[in-house]
Design a protein around this ligand. Sequence first.
Ligand code: GTP
Ligand code: MG
Length: 266
Amino acid sequence: MTNPRVLIYFLGPAGAGKSTLTSSFSEWCEERDIATAIVNLDPGAEDLPYAPDVDVRDYVTTSDIMRKYGLGPNGAQVVAADLMINYIAEIRELIDELKVDYVLVDTPGQVELFAYRPWGPTIVNYLEPTYSHLIFIMDPFLAPSAANFVSQVLLALSIHFRIQYPITFVMNKMDLLREHEKERILNYINNWDLVYDEIREEARTPYMLFGLEVYRAISELGESIKIIPTSAMTQEGFHEIYFEIQSVAMGGEDVVTGKRNYDFEI
Ligand SMILES: Nc1nc2c(ncn2[C@@H]2O[C@H](COP(=O)(O)OP(=O)(O)OP(=O)(O)O)[C@@H](O)[C@H]2O)c(=O)[nH]1
Ligand SMILES: [Mg+2]
């Protein structure tokens, strides 16, 4: 059987590499004759490293909203996102017309749109209620310590808690790390016990107890959370991302919730 068409959302903190990874992953797929299209959902994007097939900026841009309502960039971005809802039916029609296997969706840097606001779940559920996949991009430069590493995982989980589609975690920008930084990050990724030990070492304050409780809350999941080291520059990890999406789209289970998300026969 052929695969369903999947919408793949690239999410993560500002500057983590959502747009670059969207672009680079699309090139990687095209080189392997896997048809992709790109949707830009970021009304604040200035220079994109790809030519979007569907672009929210054709309807609303953050810079127009800043001018029109005298808002700063963050407020304008939230208003722009809200206004986007007025055009979402048109955007969906355009997406539905795309004749590709994978639609890659670049998202705004305001991660709170997905973590806290109704916007994120509304958009994802509306655009493709069945075959959607989230890629949460972690930034190694935001993980200088075990506590910060865990807090990025928590952010991803809080998004996943609200938007219950399969999720793949990636640690991007691996090519930028020096050898000892790379080793530290890979140790966190591969060894949750080390994360536990470091949290204990890092914070010898009452907060340590809080940190350890948080750690415990996610450590069982941690066993099943796989984080793929990637680089948008070298395309490291792209096979693994593709494999993850494929294994879910072909009837696998979501590692975090254990739910079957694609309920069809293989
Ligand atoms: N060397 C290297 N640079 C990267 C990588 N991914 C992203 N970058 C760079 O990081 C910067 C931010 O990347 P973007 O793709 O714009 O990040 P973003 O998450 O889309 O940012 P916002 O949309 O502003 O939230 C750019 O200068 C990219 O070239 C990577 O894997 N390796
Ligand atoms: Mg971007």
